[in-house]
Write a protein of this length. Structure first.
Length: 277
């Protein structure tokens, strides 16, 4: 038996604990309810989330003349999609505490996850997906990249060296597969199932693994946006021009360059005004 085969068979996927705020928000999204009172209650449970919601409402992006002072007002101003995204983002940052080593790689994973979520969200808005699917966009994009967090959490001593010498990049999915037998995309879907996330979000994570199947349907459209968002986030991480790489399966007529440009402008503003980076 080869050494590579031994390494692959030895991998045991472990999953970080999903913060309760993410569970609560994903349950709201899965229920298809958009009641602001329930969302306000989730936000108020965490002081840092409340602060980020207020910061976003008072950011230059909205340009309000009067300061928003209450969480209730901020949630109603920002809307369901924006606020749930902030809660998920805050929860993702909490997960950092479960990993104490390889902070440089962890920072890059978190940056890519957050920006994949935002790119996916904006591309989905441009593609006019129905609300019930658009509400999944940020979570689906972020979780798609969080498969990398699972690899780092499960096998830090093996995964971290894949990123050695790549200060502004992340390991290639092909290298992940050669070492572990699977890459972050399949582990993202497995994580979603482990965390008991909704069938719809798990189905999108599954569809984003391989886009070679049927080319129609909302699930496929969102999966396309996820893969495109991931590619854009990695280019942002390496300071490359924000355009879809040639040969990417998502670079088809459904994602013209003008949509990518709009999403890129939004993500730049998002980073500047949310206060996360």
């Amino acid at each position: 038996m080869s050494t590579r085969a031994v390494e692959t068979e030895a991998l045991e996927a472990k999953f970080p604990t999903l913060p309760s705020a993410i569970e609560a928000v994903e349950a709201l999204i899965a229920s298809r309810q958009t009641d602001p009172e329930k969302l306000i209650a989730v936000v108020k449970q965490c002081p840092s989330t409340s602060l980020n919601v207020l910061r976003r409402a008072n950011s230059a992006y909205y340009g309000l003349r009067h300061e928003v002072e209450s969480v209730e007002q901020a949630v109603r101003l920002l809307g369901f999609v924006e606020v749930t995204s902030i809660v998920v983002l805050e929860g993702a940052n909490e997960m950092r505490d479960q990993l104490t080593n390889h902070t440089g790689l962890l920072d890059r994973i978190m940056h890519a996850a957050i920006f994949t979520g935002r790119f996916t969200q904006q591309l989905t808005r441009q593609l006019d997906l129905a609300d019930e699917w658009a509400r999944l966009a940020f979570s689906a994009g972020l979780l798609h990249v969080m498969g990398r967090l699972v690899l780092l959490y499960s096998a830090p001593a093996q995964y971290a060296p894949l990123a050695d010498g790549q200060d502004d990049a992340l390991p290639e999915v092909g290298d992940e597969r050669r070492l572990f037998g699977e890459g972050h995309r399949t582990l993202a879907r497995r994580a979603g199932e482990h965390w008991n996330l909704s069938d719809r979000i798990c189905s999108v994570l599954h569809r984003a693994i391989d886009l070679s199947g049927p080319s129609t349907g909302r699930r496929r459209t969102l999966a396309v946006a996820v893969r495109a968002g991931s590619a854009l986030a990695q280019r942002d991480l390496s300071n490359a021009p924000l355009a879809l790489p040639k040969g990417l399966p998502t670079a088809d007529a459904s994602l013209p360059e003008e949509l990518v440009a709009v999403a890129a402008d939004d993500a730049t503003d998002y980073a500047a005004n949310l206060g996360t980076f």
